[in-house]
Design a protein around this ligand. Sequence first.
Ligand code: SF4
Ligand SMILES: [Zn+2]
Length: 360
Amino acid sequence: MESYLKKLRNKYLKRRKKKNPNMPIATWIQDDVFLDKSIGKSITIILRTVGCRWAYESGGCTMCSYLMDSSPIKISAENIINQFEYALNKYREEILKNPEKYSIKLFTSGSFLDEFEVPKDAKEHIFKKLNELPIKEIAVESRPEFINDYNLKIIRDYVDNNINVEIGTGIETLNEKIRNTSIHKGVSIDDIKKAIETAKKYNVGIKAYLLIKPLFITEKQAIIDSIHSANECINMGVSRISYCPATIHKGTLTEVLWKKNQYRPPFLWSVLEILKEVKSQNLDKLIMCDTAGIPSSRGAHNKIGCECNYKLKEILNDFTITQDLSLIEGALNSECECKKYWEEFIRFEEKNIVPLGDEK
Ligand code: SF4
Ligand SMILES: [Zn+2]
């Protein structure tokens, strides 16, 4: 499978375009919920780097095309600092006017902690500058193998303990076979445990990204897997769960199978079911859900065109911010004709054994 994934990746990488190395890929502000469950705003800065090492070396994960956003030319520490300063200048005043009301999220199209993407000098500059601001939280994203003493020490050398630091990491599932075969993540349970334990030593939280419905499993298996994985992650001591319902990215194996009608992203009913189970079993824990791509045919959706899709997307967004379980329960108790279709789909797919695509 690896050679197939590499070929697929290389084919698409030829289409990657050169962009200004001193400008971030994107920046935006949105409502967000902090680790202490208070509500504020987050500023997301997507830094332009050379991209995910795992995707270059092995073809990467079967659902991910972030490498397409990365730079085909070398990005220096200075370039990254320029990108960061550009973004900060845009929002600095707003942050200073609203102390303790912002978190800053620094993402790349890979791992912020990987030296290959963000050199030490750039990390030191960024953390030092962030520590001077009256912000509540700092979030970065990284594969678990880079959540080590070396990198966490850099963070805590510059960032005081009064600023929460959280690292989002793609655990995806606690099932080894699904993680490493269906998703081709190249991350073991030992890597995950080690990352969580190391983060605890430095008073750094771990946000566990869990993928809802990886390839090669049925809708029902996906629901069971997502509930089990969240409960296990919480037992291991992660600071929050963030679900990513699968979305079809261009140039991925997931897209190839989706186009052959051998895969369908999860139903929103399934996503609600997962959230209800996990939140009701862990009322004091932060359980979030990304809604990017919902409800297009490439994102999680109920029956295409059904009017419940947009309403449920809004409920998922509201739940993520408020953590109010009654929103999810209310949505699950609401009626829509596509709910029967979802139940039938699950029954039929289980008999069929092979995962099904969308209706055509
Ligand atoms: S999901 Fe993360 S680790 Fe996997 S290819 Fe994408 S950026 Fe790399
Ligand atoms: Zn519906």
